[in-house]
Design a protein around this ligand. Sequence first.
Ligand SMILES: C[S@@+](CC[C@H](N)C(=O)[O-])C[C@H]1O[C@@H](n2cnc3c(N)ncnc32)[C@H](O)[C@@H]1O
Length: 309
Amino acid sequence: MELPLDYKYKLESLLEGYSLKTLKECALKISKNYQNGFVGENHIKDDLSAKVYAVMRYPATFKAFSKALEDSLRYFDGEIKSIIDVGAGSGAATLACALNIKLVKATLLEIEQSMIDIGKFLFEDERVQYQKIDITKDLFEEHVDMVISSYVLNELDDVGRLNCLNKMWDMADKMILIVEPGTPKGSALIKQVRDYYISLGGHVLAPCPHMNACNYDWCHFSTRVARSKLHKDLKGGDAPYEDEKFSYIAISKEPCSKCSSRVLRHPLINSGFVDLEVCTQEGIKKIKITKKDKEKFKAARKANCGDEI
Ligand SMILES: C[S@@+](CC[C@H](N)C(=O)[O-])C[C@H]1O[C@@H](n2cnc3c(N)ncnc32)[C@H](O)[C@@H]1O
């Protein structure tokens, strides 16, 4: 799901009145901070950075989280009505939930006031409430159906992250969904989280078709996000879209169904056959689907990385 237009307009209105030079300098500073920054350090500390960050990242975060959510809910039997968004920022992941499920209540936990202000401006929705807290330290005891986090865990140090994961586990009655960047580091972090929650008794909903040890070293998916003119001005480049890579894990507190096999890499399409790398209930396999298997061949030709097949 693309970010709805009214949110795009509202987001970009945040930057009205600033010169393009100021905005570009700020965008460059944020990118540098993310490239060089240390784990455990928050990179967005002032109002303008928070606004620029939101315009640069909100559409892609929203779309990646929406995709992970759609693919996870396909295997979830229950109903999700309440969520907690941990390190919510300006609320892109919460918006993805609000547009995909019958949400009654969302609590967004966030430490930076500038992020909270943008989230409140974008939402104007009484179902959505912010709490200004440090998710690695402060006590927060609400229980909800689903606890989510999006692009946050990689910013925490090891101790903070473990505290945060334990709190997320305690607060979730039914489900946890975590999305991280689709880099080798992000994917490795997701694998650690998967192992940790399985050790606590969690059940993997998605993307994995099994709960055995995972020996795949870069499990990530990708979604194409349209770019606005302002986005191109801030981040550079002319491409009309960017491919957002993400890794994710969805955990259910109850036993759940799973997909039978999932495409891991973009299919290699030949004239009479398609080569696919898939994760199955028996582990990773390379399979060849020939024209003879008409229906499967058609599906395989159209398959995207992350699809069930
Ligand atoms: C990369 S941003 C992601 C924001 C949002 N989840 C999204 O996907 O758009 C990371 C967010 O985590 C927040 N954060 C980092 N450490 C935190 C902490 N200890 N407690 C609460 N929020 C934290 C930051 O302020 C920032 O808003």
